[in-house]
Design a protein around this ligand. Structure first.
Ligand code: GDP
Ligand code: MG
Length: 293
């Protein structure tokens, strides 16, 4: 640990149209296991996709709501999603591929943002002739990002350079998430995130914000992962709502979470959930530990 070095940390949003290579890039930046590719339903405005920490940095990558919508809805949806992801991010990675045309309204929105934008031209491994130069020229005539990089998310070309640029662009800030836990047990963190997401989808306002998910045990063998998670609520009435009639609601949450977890870990999952009422001090401690809200 070098105490003279300033610590950098921040939220990085990856934006761009479907199919330009955002998920592939995430995998290159963070590693396959940590990039959650889950359902299309969006609950929180940011979905944390991956966190990567070192002694003097922490980058929190987030994906933004999917924009796989019918053509007529695409534009409106895109604008909404861009606005939401711009709001809380420290840095934007705007990804385009060789084939895409720019969208005037989207560029206008990007021009009015305070955060730096790194423009990324992806899929250069497929380029022929002067295609890369032509495309860069085309984009840079349309808007002025803080930095520009041509990469191949597939082959990894220029991805280390991109990572250096990201670190340079982040603000000086302490880590947002406990480093030890994440490097030691990233699985636990992502299981909690996935269950939390399902609670957001299935219940009204009060419940999601009063709940804390804690993975109590995570046991993996060749064939199956056995997970035991506790959901803490503040009051008895909330416990009842969370569980639902004959356990129906909790079951729904459990099934949805298990489906995502199986996709994420590529393994069969056995998930047990328990609802508990947390007393105040315990809850406070967990809130501090869990960050985010
Ligand atoms: P997303 O919708 O923006 O998340 O895009 P994906 O990451 O899912 O990628 C869409 C498709 O483009 C996939 O078939 C990827 O394999 C492919 N792809 C992504 N990056 C590259 C790249 O740098 N080169 C090539 N040749 N294909 C890529
Ligand atoms: Mg994707």
């Amino acid at each position: 640990m070098n105490s003279n070095k300033e610590h950098k940390a921040g939220f990085v949003s990856i934006i761009g149209k479907p199919n330009v290579g955002k998920s592939t890039l995430m995998n290159q930046l963070v590693g396959e296991r940590l990039s959650i590719i889950t359902s299309k339903a969006q609950t929180t405005r940011h979905r944390i996709m991956g966190i990567i920490s070192g002694d003097d940095f922490q980058v929190v990558y987030s994906d933004t709501p999917g924009i796989l919508k019918p053509e007529y809805e695409l534009h409106q949806q895109m604008m909404k999603f861009v606005s939401a992801s711009i709001e809380d991010a420290d840095l934007l990675l705007f990804v385009a591929d060789l084939y895409e045309k720019h969208d005037e309204a989207l560029l206008q929105r990007l021009k009015s943002t305070k955060q730096p934008i790194i423009f990324i031209l992806n899929k250069i491994d497929l380029a022929k002739g002067s295609q890369v130069e032509d495309k860069l020229k085309y984009w840079l005539e349309a808007f002025k990002p803080a930095a520009t990089l041509k990469i191949s998310a597939l082959t990894g070309e220029n991805v280390p350079e991109l990572f250096s640029l990201i670190l340079e662009s982040l603000p000086v800030h302490p880590a947002y998430f406990p480093k030890y836990e994440l490097t030691d047990k990233p699985e636990k963190f992502f299981v909690e995130e996935i269950i939390r997401e399902k609670i957001f989808i299935n219940y009204k306002q009060e419940i999601p914000y009063s709940s804390q998910v804690v993975v109590e045990s995570f046991k993996e063998d060749d064939k199956i992962i056995r997970i035991r998670a506790e959901i803490f609520v503040e009051r008895r009435s909330q416990k009842g709502i969370l569980i639902g009639k004959n356990g129906s609601m909790l079951k729904k949450v459990g099934i949805a979470a298990r489906e995502d977890l199986e996709k994420f870990f590529q393994k069969q999952i056995h998930l047990e959930t328990f609802v508990k009422i947390a007393d105040d001090w315990r809850k406070k401690e967990r809130q501090i530990k869990n960050f985010g809200y």
